[in-house]
Every structure is written in structure tokens, then in C-alpha cells.
Design a protein around this ligand. Structure first.
Ligand SMILES: Cc1ncc(COP(=O)(O)O)c(C=O)c1O
Length: 385
């Protein structure tokens, strides 16, 4: 029996590690399903959001939950990001190990196991924690004692998503509790208006974003009045960030999905089709008259469905959709007048929800001009702990 208790799982990847790059997308050595990232599009997305944050007078702290890769985080930092956001202690560990010097964990960490992992991640990095209850704050105080250093703590605010976060009227009390706790430094406030996905029409997103801005701006004033001025007022997702700026009292934006975008972002009027960076390369494995079946099922595409786009569609063919999924099969709905597909054809399917795709891939492939030029390790894949 091995004396090393760590679990080593060897995962097959679509492109053998011994295959030299660049590799044409037409090369039969590429196995499918394989997740591809158009690097030019991703770099434009990174640059566009960095430019918006600069013009809005706020810092950018992208959420790593979308790419789950320290290699992509490095690109965001190079474009001017102040640091990264993560959702889990495991993601924090990966990002710090990957060289990200400043990480915010935008999630209340409950339980000794998670706090121990954060303690390991701390090292030389600046790590900011998030709480929405005094119970979580008190556990962070214990962590600060064990770490022998002061920890920055943000209060999460519920601005309407009703997922986590203190109601606005309790935030000053939560902040005061942090400020009065030895070992903790009240750093500010944070919110996520994820309910912007659920509103009809672009005007609805603007309304959610403006509500997010108003609640956070008002809280900033209330905290200043209470003698607890926040250094950080963190808000803004891919959908709402474009409506927020420094004049609202916001100091940083935390969009995640924008790096690759997906059909949900497109359906929410928050990107254009040419800003969709990720696809899964699949192979047609079976056809029977009108039925066309590809080798990407729910274990690749996931079961997230969009009312407009089903489980996704081939890039450049919005009239075709992935209508049905088994675990390893995807069945396409192809209009009668569409060109026929044959066994062996390769298609690139666009994601409905790209963040969950990435969680299933040990590596994805960076593409330029029809060639795979880079292996992108998804080092935070499956780091939900
Ligand atoms: C706390 C938090 N911040 C930021 C984001 C980024 O949102 P988006 O991926 O829509 O840009 C998320 C996404 O779920 C989140 O949960």
C-alpha cells in the first residue's frame, strides 16, 4: 500500500501529452469530446472588461469559477486585474499556488476542514474572506489566531438574489462585529446580483444593476456614518458590471463568465455571438434519416438548458440544436432543409453554461487560426471543497 494518502487519478485527455503543438483542428489525433477556447476571442473579452473597469474608475477582480485555471487568471492579471475571486477554499489554494497574489473568497466558509485549507492557502498571498453571519465571523477569528495574522473580512449583502448575504438593514451590525473582533479587519462589503439572469429583457437587467448599485452605495454611506468606512465595495457580474461605476460608491467588479461567455450570456443581451470563446469539438457517431447523434452528452455539455438554445448548438448553425441528452450521447434537432450530417463529421457546440463545462475538464485547448496552440490546465477543476 502507498504511504502517500493523496488520491492520484489519471485522466485521459483528448490530445496526447506527447503530441506536439500546433495541431490542426482537422487532425484525427484529436479525440472528442474536446473543449476548445478561441484565444483571440477570450483575450478580447478580457481586454474589453478591463477597459470598462478602467473607464468606470473601479478595480477588476474576475471570478475564477468560469475558467477554473490559474493560466487564464494570469492573463486577467496581466490585463490589469487587481486579483481574483473564488468560491471555495480549494479554488483559493489552486489560485495562490498558481501565482495569484490577491484572492477574495466570496463565500461564507463553514467548517474546520475548509478553514484549514484556507490556512494552507494563505502563505504569502493576500486572502480576503466573506461572511454574512456572526457565527462565521467568529470562526474566522479563530482562523486568524491560528494563522498569527490579521485577516480581511467582507460582509456579503443580499441585494435581491436571496441566496446568501445579510439583509441590508443588518450589515452595519455585522460590520461592527467584525471590527470589534481581535484578529479581523473589516474590509468592506460584497454582493452578487445573480437574479439578473431571471428578468425579462435588457431593461430588467439594468433595473437589477441599478438596485445593486443603490443598495451598495447607501450601505457605504451608512457604514461611513457609523465610523466603519469600507475600503472595498464589491459588486457586478458579467450581466450587471456594465451598469456600475465608481460614482455609485462601488470600488471593484467581479464578473466571471465574461472571459468565455456562453449562450446564457447571449440570451441575456450581455454579449454578442462573436464574443463566445468556448466550444466542445464533437464527432457525429450515428445518423438515421433525420436523427443525428454526437459524442457529447450530459457528462460533457451538462444538463443546463436554455429556453432559446436547448442544450447548445453548433457554432455558426443556430438553427440546429442539441435537443436531447443521454450521458454520452447528444441528439441534434436538424431542420429538414439543412445540409445532411454524416458519421465522422466534427462539430463545435457552443455552451449554455460554460462554468459547469470547465469543472469537468482537466485541460482545455487554446485555438488560434484553426490550430490548437496551447494546453490550458484547468487546475481548479472539481475543487468544490
Ligand atoms: C459571488 C459571485 N461573484 C461573482 C460572480 C460572477 O458572475 P458572472 O459569472 O455572472 O459574471 C458569481 C457567479 O456566480 C458569484 O457567485
Amino acid at each position: 500500500m502507498s504511504s502517500d494518502p493523496s488520491l492520484t487519478v489519471s485522466l485521459p485527455v483528448p490530445v496526447s501529452p506527447y503530441t506536439e503543438l500546433p495541431l490542426s483542428l482537422a487532425d484525427p489525433r484529436i479525440d472528442t469530446p474536446a473543449v476548445l477556447v478561441d484565444l483571440e476571442v477570450a483575450e478580447q473579452n478580457i481586454a474589453r472588461m478591463a477597459s470598462y473597469a478602467g473607464r468606470a474608475g473601479v478595480a477588476l477582480r474576475p471570478h475564477a469559477k468560469t475558467h477554473k485555471s490559474s493560466a487564464m487568471a494570469t492573463r486577467q492579471l496581466a490585463a490589469g486585474a487587481a486579483g481574483l475571486t473564488v468560491a471555495t477554499a480549494g479554488e483559493a489554494q489552486v489560485m495562490v499556488k498558481g501565482g495569484v497574489p490577491d484572492v477574495t473568497v466570496a463565500y461564507p466558509l463553514v467548517g474546520r476542514a475548509k478553514l484549514d485549507r484556507v490556512l494552507e492557502a494563505l502563505g504569502a498571498a493576500e486572502v480576503t474572506l466573506t461572511t454574512d453571519s456572526d457565527a462565521v465571523t467568529d470562526a474566522y477569528a479563530d482562523l486568524a489566531r491560528r494563522a498569527g495574522r490579521t485577516l480581511n473580512v467582507l460582509v456579503e449583502v443580499d441585494t435581491g438574489m436571496h441566496r446568501a448575504g445579510a439583509p441590508p438593514q443588518l450589515v452595519v451590525d455585522r460590520a461592527r462585529h467584525i471590527a470589534g473582533t481581535p484578529g479581523l479587519d473589516f474590509a468592506g462589503i460584497l454582493t452578487h446580483a445573480g437574479h439578473a439572469h431571471d428578468v425579462p429583457g435588457p431593461r430588467g437587467i439594468a433595473v437589477v444593476a441599478r438596485q445593486e448599485a443603490t443598495v451598495m452605495g447607501d450601505l457605504r454611506s451608512a457604514l461611513e456614518k457609523a465610523g466603519l468606512p469600507p475600503r472595498v465595495v464589491s459588486a457586478g457580474s458579467t450581466l450587471t458590471a456594465p451598469y456600475l461605476c465608481a460614482d455609485d460608491g462601488i470600488t471593484e467588479l467581479r464578473p466571471g463568465t465574461y472571459v468565455y461567455n456562453d449562450l446564457r450570456t447571449l440570451a441575456c443581451w450581455s454579449c454578442t455571438p462573436d464574443a463566445l470563446a468556448a466550444t466542445v469539438l464533437t464527432t457525429v457517431v450515428s445518423t438515421d434519416g433525420g436523427r443525428v447523434t454526437i459524442d457529447a452528452g450530459s457528462k460533457t455539455l451538462t444538463t443546463t438548458q436554455d429556453p432559446h438554445y436547448g442544450f447548445g448548438h453548433p457554432a455558426g448553425a443556430a438553427e440546429v440544436s442539441v435537443a436531447r441528452l443521454s450521458e454520452e450521447h447528444g441528439v441534434l434537432a436538424v431542420p429538414d432543409d439543412h445540409r445532411p450530417y454524416a458519421v465522422g463529421d466534427r462539430l463545435q457546440i457552443l455552451p449554455v453554461h460554460v462554468c459547469v463545462w470547465m469543472d469537468l475538464q482537466p485541460e482545455v485547448y487554446g485555438v488560434r487560426n484553426g490550430q490548437i496552440v496551447e494546453r490550458i490546465t484547468v487546475d481548479a477543476m472539481r475543487h468544490s471543497l
